[in-house]
Design a protein around this ligand. Structure first.
Ligand SMILES: [Zn+2]
Length: 83
């Protein structure tokens, strides 16, 4: 499964100029990992030590990265604009 095709796509809930810099399969190896985050698409609670999709966002002229977490590629594809 390749997620690189999502690079440069625009998330539908993001400001203009925000794009996906990187999307990867990820899990968090922290030994006391109890951290959880909501899925950016469906708002399910994700345990970060289980497999999920980590997206790094970049913003034009800032270049700084914010992170978003998604359940899987299905949620990722629903989360980006189709255009
Ligand atoms: Zn989801």
């Amino acid at each position: 499964m390749t997620l690189s095709k999502y690079t440069g796509r625009h998330p539908r809930d993001a400001n203009d100029g925000v794009r996906i810099g990187r999307a990867v399969q990820h899990h968090h190896w922290h030994p006391n990992g109890t951290r959880s985050e909501p899925c950016a698409n469906c708002e399910s609670t994700l345990s970060l030590h289980e497999r999920h999709v980590l997206v790094t966002l970049v913003e034009d002229n800032l270049g700084d990265a914010a992170r978003r977490y998604l359940c899987n590629e299905t949620c990722l594809s629903e989360w980006v604009d189709e255009t």
